[in-house]
Design a protein around this ligand. Structure first.
Ligand code: ZN
Length: 227
C-alpha cells in the first residue's frame, strides 16, 4: 500500500513530513468516525489541534480529496465523504467477490518464501494490536493493516490493474466507517489465518475459497449497519 502511494506522490524519497502526519491524523479520524461521514472539516480547528499551520492541513486535505475521502465545496470548504449507501455497499462487495478470490488464487501460484514471510508479518502485526493506544487509533490502525494485507496479496498476484483499481477504491476505510465494532476485527483474524494456511500449502483452490469466504463473512458482519 505504501509503495503504491509513494509511486503516485513526489514525496516518496522524503521522510514522513508534517503533511504526512496531518494526513494520517485526519485519515484516522475518518476511519474511527471521530469525523463523521458528511461532517465539515474545519481547517483552522485541525491546524490548532495538531499545532501546525493551515498550509499542511490544506495539502493533506487536497490529497484526501484526490482519493475521494473528503469533498470540497465552494464557500463551505471540506467535508468527509458521505457514508456508503446500500447500493454502493453491494456494488463494492460484488466487485471484491469478482476480483479478490481470483487475486488470492494468483497469489498462491506466485507465492515465494519472502512474500509469504511479508504476509505473515502483516497478519501478526494485525493480531498483536500494536502499542496500547486509544480505541480510535487501534481501530483505524486495524483498518490500515487489513487494507495493507489485502493489497499485499494483490501485489503478489502480480496484476497491477487489479491491484490499483482495488487500492484506489479505499474499500477498507469506507467499510470500517460503517460499523465501529470489535467483532469485525476479531473474526477477520481467523479468516486471514485460513488464507495464510492455503498460501503455506501452495493450494490455489483453497486460497481462492478462503478469500471468497472471508469477503462473504465480512459482508455478513457489516450488513446490519443498514438495518
Ligand atoms: Zn481482511
Amino acid at each position: 500500500m505504501v509503495e503504491l502511494r509513494d509511486k503516485a506522490s513526489a514525496a516518496s524519497v522524503r521522510p514522513p513530513s508534517v503533511v504526512d502526519r496531518v494526513y494520517e491524523s485526519i485519515y484516522e479520524r475518518l476511519v474511527s468516525l471521530a469525523i463523521a461521514p458528511g461532517a465539515r472539516i474545519p481547517i483552522d480547528v485541525i491546524a490548532r489541534e495538531l499545532n501546525v499551520s493551515q498550509t499542511p492541513v490544506r495539502e493533506a486535505l487536497s490529497r484526501l480529496e484526490r482519493e475521494g475521502l473528503v469533498y470540497k465545496a465552494h464557500l463551505i470548504g471540506y467535508s468527509a465523504a458521505p457514508q456508503l449507501d446500500r447500493k454502493r455497499f453491494d456494488d463494492l462487495y460484488n466487485f471484491r467477490l469478482l476480483v479478490e478470490p481470483h487475486g488470492a488464487r494468483l497469489a498462491a501460484q506466485n507465492m515465494t518464501p519472502e512474500a509469504l514471510h511479508t504476509l505473515e508479518h502483516i497478519a501478526a502485526d494485525m493480531a498483536d494490536g500494536g502499542m496500547p493506544v486509544d480505541r480510535n487509533s487501534r481501530y483505524s490502525r486495524f483498518a490500515r493493516i487489513d487494507a495493507h494485507f489485502h493489497d499485499e496479496i494483490m501485489r503478489i498476484a502480480g496484476n497491477e490493474v487489479m491491484r490499483s483499481t482495488l487500492y484506489n477504491l479505499h474499500i477498507h476505510l469506507h467499510l470500517f466507517r460503517l460499523m465501529y465494532h470489535s467483532r469485525v476485527t476479531e473474526d477477520a483474524l481467523d479468516e486471514h489465518e485460513n488464507l495464510l494456511t492455503a498460501f503455506r500449502n501452495g493450494d490455489a483452490d483453497a486460497a481462492e475459497a478462503a478469500m471468497r469466504e472471508h469477503i462473504l463473512k465480512s459482508r455478513e458482519r457489516l450488513v446490519p449497519a443498514f438495518e
